[in-house]
Write a protein that binds this ligand. Structure first.
Ligand code: SF4
Length: 337
């Protein structure tokens, strides 16, 4: 199922025909999440509505970004394109971990759904397999990155999320070094993550989005429970792999978090952590019913330059699939509308 993309019991040829028949007669089935609908962006990004056949059927969203979004820039895994034949040299799959989300970040469309339910490990890993199958990805040969940054907060579904990672590493054969999980700062989850073996855990991104607690609490109410200092303390014990860095994700909200003084304060904050870190900047992606504004590209570039001048590696993530609501913070099953 995970390696050969098999979707029917009858196709598992490593089982005898007799056994396959017997299992089918007894009512056994195999199933994986199915792509029910695909939305295509002018930039090649595809957003999928994926049916999860779990105990309570639901749909989630998964995104395929050929050429990625530069999210892994500067973390030592951004070279080596896929060899030959494909129309893309590298691709990134953005994976959901919950249906909806309870964290309520004010700039995020998914938050509007509230939390519907956790996904099972099979549903999380199955989204990836369905997308790999659709694009005939040759695992181990083609260059594919995974980001657990779709719908949901992975660290509020920790056991299923990590079980999915183990499935993806051990069964599908994907490298954990090409996976990144983003958390809004769920401290107990980060503390558990710090105990995971380095060869079996993704890289960590902290969705920081503000240079201080005051601004952060305004746009991310979760900050009242776990302020920035507590999050950083939880990150500190993580044993990093050689060249690995902690990523701080930072959404630029026009007039709210994108001013030069915010950049300087952010640089001081990152420097004070003493962690090997980089900053990924994302200009906010608009969505209906969310009242923020998107900064101009030159504002984002000015912000990046201030960080760089202060010695903080900073990269601007490319918006992918904005026209189909596939970009960061835009996933909300818009097909229902
Ligand atoms: S940004 Fe992430 S953690 Fe925050 S509400 Fe959206 S999905 Fe949840």
């Amino acid at each position: 199922m995970y390696h050969q993309y098999v979707t029917e019991l009858s196709s598992i040829t490593t089982l005898s025909l007799e056994l396959r028949r017997k299992l089918t007669t007894q009512g056994w089935q195999i199933a994986r999440p199915e792509i029910a609908k695909a939305f295509q962006s002018a930039d090649g990004t595809e957003r999928y509505l994926v049916n999860c056949p779990g105990p309570k059927p639901e749909t989630v969203e998964t995104v395929w970004m050929p050429e990625g979004d530069d999210g892994e820039a500067g973390d030592s895994t951004d070279e080596e394109p896929s060899p030959d034949t494909k129309s893309w040299r590298r691709a990134t799959i953005c994976v959901s971990s919950q249906v909806g989300c309870a964290v309520n970040c004010q700039f995020c469309l998914t938050a509007k759904l509230g939390l519907q339910r956790n996904l099972t490990a099979g549903e999380i890993a199955g989204q990836v397999v369905a997308v790999l199958d659709r694009h005939s990805v040759r695992v181990g040969c083609d260059r594919v990155n995974l980001v657990f940054m779709g719908m949901g907060e992975p660290f509020l579904n920790y056991d299923n999320f990590m079980a999915a990672v183990r499935l993806l590493v051990r069964e599908v054969g994907l490298s954990p070094q090409r996976m990144t999980v983003s958390t809004s700062g769920i401290v107990p989850g980060i503390e558990r993550f710090a105990q995971e073996p380095p060869d079996l855990r993704p890289k960590l991104a902290i969705s920081l989005n503000a240079p201080n607690d005051e601004v952060r609490a305004e746009i991310m109410p979760i900050n009242r429970k776990w302020p920035i200092a507590k999050v950083i303390e939880a990150v500190r014990p993580i044993r990093l792999r050689p060249h690995e860095r902690i990523t701080f994700e930072y959404v630029l909200l026009g007039g709210v978090t994108d001013r030069p003084e915010h950049a300087r304060e952010l640089a001081r904050l990152v420097r004070r952590t003493g962690l090997p870190a980089k900053v990924n900047l994302i200009a906010w992606n608009p969505g209906p019913g969310v009242a923020y504004s998107t900064p101009k590209p030159e504002t984002a570039e000015r912000f990046r330059r201030i960080l760089a001048d202060e010695g903080i590696p900073a990269y601007i993530r490319q918006p992918r699939g904005r026209d189909i609501f596939a970009a960061c913070g835009q996933l909300k099953r818009t097909v229902e509308a």
